[in-house]
Design a protein around this ligand. Sequence first.
Ligand SMILES: Nc1ncnc2c1ncn2[C@@H]1O[C@H](COP(=O)(O)OP(=O)(O)OP(=O)(O)O)[C@@H](O)[C@H]1O
Ligand SMILES: [Mg+2]
Length: 142
Amino acid sequence: MDGLGLDYVLIDCPPSLNILTVNALVAAHAVLVPLQSEFFALEGLSQLMLTIREVRQSANPSLRIEGVALTMVDRRTTLSQAVEQDARENLGDLVFRTVIPRNVRLSEAPSHALSVLDYDPSSAGATAYRALAEELMSRETA
Ligand SMILES: Nc1ncnc2c1ncn2[C@@H]1O[C@H](COP(=O)(O)OP(=O)(O)OP(=O)(O)O)[C@@H](O)[C@H]1O
Ligand SMILES: [Mg+2]
């Protein structure tokens, strides 16, 4: 990234659309949206899309949407299936093929102050996050 020796800088934002989030949208090249599959978060997503449009029209015209990543996915539940189907129907290719499953290792890792990639690299959660990173990188080179 621009002479800093970094490939990616991730700015982790709160879920609410406040001044901090908008500042991040102004500073960023792209937005990666985690979408929790446990409740209908699509309404919040349409508000985010409107905000992204406003930021494009003002401070950051080249801001792009990198993609929407479904998280906490449990395909055994009808709710999770419904959220995934709804997201794919409405957002199409914006939704990453890779989904992040509900995985207890992901919830344990922070209490050990570790990334899940260090805490349990072979867990389903770590495997899914690596696959998501690969998919993101392959989209950028495609
Ligand atoms: N895929 C998952 N499976 C199981 N637990 C998860 C998963 N993703 C997140 N969690 C757990 O859910 C909680 C919230 O996750 P996380 O901090 O990623 O959400 P957040 O929306 O960024 O929250 P915050 O607003 O606090 O930043 C944490 O306890 C985390 O360990
Ligand atoms: Mg967070």
